[in-house]
Design a protein around this ligand. Structure first.
Ligand SMILES: Cc1ncc(COP(=O)(O)O)c(C=O)c1O
Length: 355
């Protein structure tokens, strides 16, 4: 951030010119000094309604949170006394397991970096570790690989959850980038928490706004004691309302730019002798690229690109087991950034000692 020339392709954040309606809403909220107020504990009614509508979930309640991660933290904290185990994946997103570790709840981490399981959690793998009363953490589309769950895969997982009296967190942070997406909440309404983010599709990462959506009786387990009873950032909520109202045109543009950038990145990788895209097509605003066959270590690749002022992430942040093998490149960025990435990547050559 303090390096203005840096190409920022490591956090799956969106760096395009925002919708003018969003900027206007922020300015208007600031001018009218709304920041001197607290927002309602569960968020503005209008925003809660728009989020439920965006997901197409009828009869569900919405709790607006401080980013999706604020919601995940609250789910973990509020449910910890009543769950037996967390079931999650490697690669995955490490925070829920870390939150639950503080409370002594054990985690089973299933390794999914393999075509055998299509680079995502399968019910048959979960069956081996799940206990009665577990919490399943399912990221869909999956950061960092870009795999997304088919309806039948979700049905098998939901069936397992029902049989074992387990709850499901369906982390839908990247849902808007997916080509076709099924909500587990439709299949397992009585046991699913859906988490929602404004950081990625709308590009509001720094404003810290997200939501947890669940059936009223389930959400009540969280909303009885909200993690932030004084309400999430009021300006962020105004921006999110404006963003949801302007969503159609905006999202079309973001998806278009994202797809174009993924083509640029893929072409650069294909033209070089370094790297293979792990999951194609990616359903996220990022691509995971395995660099191990060219003899590279993921962290060394990131350092080499950093020398060219291009920031991408090594897999190690999200995968203790496989993270040295792959890097992650975020693609909802200006096209010139993707081109800068391509130029930097083209300087990589295979390393001695390749397998
Ligand atoms: C899988 C996953 N869940 C949650 C989050 C957090 O999103 P937010 O910025 O809304 O807190 C991220 C952010 O990278 C993520 O990748």
């Amino acid at each position: 951030m303090d390096r203005p020339g840096m190409v920022w392709m490591g956090q799956n954040t969106t760096h395009l010119e925002p919708p003018p309606e969003v900027v206007d809403a922020l300015i208007e909220s600031t001018r009218s000094r709304e920041f001197q107020l607290y927002a309602p504990a569960l968020g503005f009614e209008e925003l809660r309604g728009l989020i439920a509508e965006d997901l197409g979930l009828v009869g569900f309640e919405v709790m607006v949170t401080d980013g999706a991660v604020g919601g995940l933290h609250h789910i973990c904290t509020a449910l910890a006394p009543s769950i037996t185990r967390l079931v999650t994946s490697d690669p995955g997103w490490p925070w829920p397991a870390r939150f639950l570790a503080l409370t002594g709840v054990p985690t089973s981490t299933i390794e999914i970096y393999s075509p055998d399981c299509h680079y995502k959690l399968q019910a048959r793998q979960m069956e081996e570790v799940i206990e009665e009363g577990s919490l399943i953490y399912l990221i869909d589309p999956l950061n960092p690989l870009g795999s997304a769950y088919e309806r039948e895969e979700l049905e098998a997982i939901v069936d397992l959850a029902r049989r074992t009296g387990s709850l499901l967190v369906h982390d839908c942070t990247y849902r808007h980038f997916a080509a076709g997406h099924t909500l587990a909440a439709e299949l397992y309404p009585e046991g699913t928490f859906t988490t929602y983010s404004f950081s990625k599709w709308l590009g509001l990462a720094g404003l810290r706004l997200g939501a947890v959506v669940a059936r009223p009786d389930l959400l009540d387990r969280l909303s009885r004691v909200p993690s932030n009873p004084l309400g999430a950032n009021i300006q962020a909520q105004r921006a999110a309302i404006a963003g949801l109202k302007a969503k159609g045109e905006w999202l079309e543009r973001v998806l278009d730019v994202n797809a174009g950038n993924q083509r640029i990145v893929a072409a650069a990788i294909a033209a070089s002798e370094v790297g293979e895209i792990v999951v194609e097509p990616s359903h996220g605003n990022f691509l995971a690229v395995d660099v191990s066959a060219a003899g590279w270590d993921a962290e060394a690749v990131c350092e080499a690109l950093l020398d060219e002022e291009v920031f991408i992430r090594p897999g190690t942040y999200q995968s203790p087991a496989f993270g040295r093998r792959f890097v992650k490149i975020s693609t909802s960025v200006p096209t010139e950034w993707a081109e800068r990435f391509a130029a930097a990547w083209s300087k990589l050559t295979p390393r001695a000692g390749r397998p």
